[in-house]
Design a protein around this ligand. Structure first.
Ligand SMILES: O=P(O)(O)OC[C@H]1O[C@](O)(CO)[C@@H](O)[C@@H]1O
Length: 547
């Protein structure tokens, strides 16, 4: 495929950008009372309002044309068909098969993968039911009270985010924690209050070779055996989630206690697979399946809905509009829902590991920007931290605001205060405040003359800052599944249009390899000279300090 920047629609968007980039959204709203109705969509109870974007009808028409010219429809079909669209690793990309609740057959190398998916779901159900009911007993006959997931990246962030998000649906008797960092503090702090007799470790790693995870898993096993001096007890307290049965057995976990998944599940898209075992343990299999059902609903929407009514396609196109035409480099994810506190961190991996690329799918260097820098925090905390820069700096930072209409607890006025902020921030970003408005507010007060003008300048906001608002009834497992899938397909849409491979992550390899070399050099106290002067200096100073 031609690079997108060479497509006629891209050229038209370039011209169109120059025509409309100075339009203010205030004026667009004033000129069109139907703007909200025209630029918002519903998917069940999820409302996606994209009217506060710097777009006109013509912008949307051109963006949709770009999607068509970039072959997005065919690329979506290729993913759902099980084609090997992860070309560098020669793999299919089928997280959608994991939540294929309709059981539509999906072949990989001529074999339908759906029966395997359902078999592992059954295994997860049996196991999570046993642990949650207390029937699964530890080596001394006690029920499990604590689960520790050991994993990193996609084997940590997705399940951790979901377990946090669904904490109102968890069982108080069973606590689920996550250890990811190889920094010993993570493991030590998490183990400090646990009893090995009632602890279950879930070692989650697609490859079962990841240095951080295997180091943590070995130390956890050592901690366990130091207290329960019995190798056979491992079978009751360690389970594995992996694609690599050989390495699981080598580690000493009985493969009967292994939950399988497959190479066509990318790490950052794996929470729907057995990597979701900690989710099933925390909330039960029914809720896990509701999560899958919510995602499946969005998969069907993404697969079949015309692009002009297709929420993830529009989300992706709007992101491209800002990244490639306005030059926006970052993107804020702002959940006004405390239970979504880990969503920005999860999307950081999904988006930045998928679309942080500089060559296209044919290996050619590209001359356009790809994935944005994702950051965010739950509202209203972010408001008191970094919103100043979004409102008044010269940077353009598109934002997604997310909120639930119904709170989980019903504690007095908290929720309405939260929602008033969720509604006010996008309004403020869009409208801004002119110099004259700021001046009028100050007039009649004690400040006058040049000082008043100075203050009015500091208090004025340019506005015209774009955002999407996503409002849903309540954060149920099903809604959460839908929200995550919307973002996954947004990211797919962008990768497809940018013509990049969103499913490999070669950029993380070099650092890993260099760390292995340095680790071997740290084995003695001899100074090193094999690196650049900065790295040599740091290694050698570390060797001095550590003694
Ligand atoms: O599940 P694994 O194989 O331990 O990998 C963990 C993570 O490491 C990466 O390969 C690179 O950071 C991620 O893509 C992945 O989610």
């Amino acid at each position: 495929m031609t690079q997108p920047s060479r497509l006629p629609a891209w050229q038209s968007l370039d011209r169109h950008f120059r025509e409309i980039s100075n339009l203010h959204m205030r004026d667009l709203f004033a000129a069109d009372p139907q703007r909200f109705e025209r630029f918002s969509l519903r998917l069940d109870d999820i409302l996606f309002d994209y009217s506060k974007n710097r777009i006109t009808d013509q912008t949307v028409t051109l963006l949709l044309e770009l999607a068509r010219q970039a072959g997005l429809r065919e690329k979506i079909s290729a993913m759902f068909r099980g084609d090997k669209i992860n070309v560098t690793e020669d793999r299919a990309v089928l997280h959608v098969a994991l939540r294929n609740r309709s059981n539509r057959p999906i072949p990989v190398d001529g074999e339908d993968v759906v029966p395997d998916v359902n078999r592992v779901l059954d295994q997860m159900r049996r196991f999570s039911d046993l642990v949650r009911s207390g029937e699964w007993r530890g080596c001394t006959g006690k029920a499990i009270t604590d689960v520790v997931n050991i994993g990193i990246g996609g084997s940590d962030l997705g399940p951790k985010m979901v377990v946090k998000a669904l904490s109102p649906y968890t069982q108080p008797r069973l606590r689920v924690r996550f250890v990811s960092n190889v920094d010993e503090a993570d493991l030590v702090e998490n183990l400090s209050c646990l009893d090995p007799e009632t602890t279950l470790f879930c070692v989650s790693s697609k490859t079962f070779t990841t240095q951080e995870t295997m180091t943590n898993a070995r130390s956890a096993r050592q901690w366990f055996l130091a207290k329960i001096n019995d190798q056979a007890a491992i079978a009751k307290h360690f389970v594995a989630v992996s694609t690599n049965a050989e390495k699981v057995a080598e580690f000493g976990i009985d493969t009967a206690n292994m939950f399988e998944f497959w190479d066509w599940v990318g790490g950052r898209y794996s929470l729907w697979s057995a990597i979701g075992l900690p989710i099933a343990l925390a909330v039960g299999m029914e809720a896990f399946e509701a999560l899958l059902a919510g995602a499946h609903k969005v998969d069907e929407h993404f697969r079949t809905e015309p692009f002009e009514r297709n929420i993830p396609v529009l989300m992706g196109l709007l992101g491209i509009w800002y990244a490639n035409f306005f030059g926006a480099e970052s993107y804020a994810i702002l959940p006004y829902d405390q239970y979504l506190q880990e969503l920005p961190a999860h999307l950081q991996q999904v988006d930045m590991e998928s679309n942080g690329k500089m060559v296209d799918i044919q290996g050619n260097a590209i001359d356009y920007g790809t994935g944005p820098i994702i950051f965010g925090q739950p509202g209203t905390n972010g408001q008191h931290a970094f919103y100043q820069l979004i409102h008044q700096s010269r940077k353009l930072i598109p934002c997604d605001f997310l909120a639930a209409a119904q709170s989980q607890h019903g504690l007095g006025r908290h929720h309405e205060i939260l929602i008033s902020n969720f509604l006010a921030q996008p309004e403020a970003l869009m409208r801004g405040k002119t110099f004259d408005e700021a001046k009028a507010e100050l007039e009649g007060g004690e400040i006058t003359g040049g000082k008043l003008a100075e203050l009015a300048a500091a208090k004025s906001f340019p506005g015209n800052k774009p955002s999407n608002s996503i409002l849903y009834r309540k954060l149920t497992p099903e809604t959460l599944g839908s929200l995550i899938a919307l973002y996954e397909h947004k990211i797919f849409t962008q990768g497809a249009i940018w013509n990049i491979n969103s499913f490999d992550q070669m950029g993380v390899e070099l650092g890993k390899r260099l760390a292995r070399t340095i680790l071997s050099e740290l084995a003695d106290d001899n100074p090193v000279a094999s690196h650049d002067p900065s790295t040599n200096g740091l290694v050698n100073y570390y060797k001095q300090l550590r003694c």
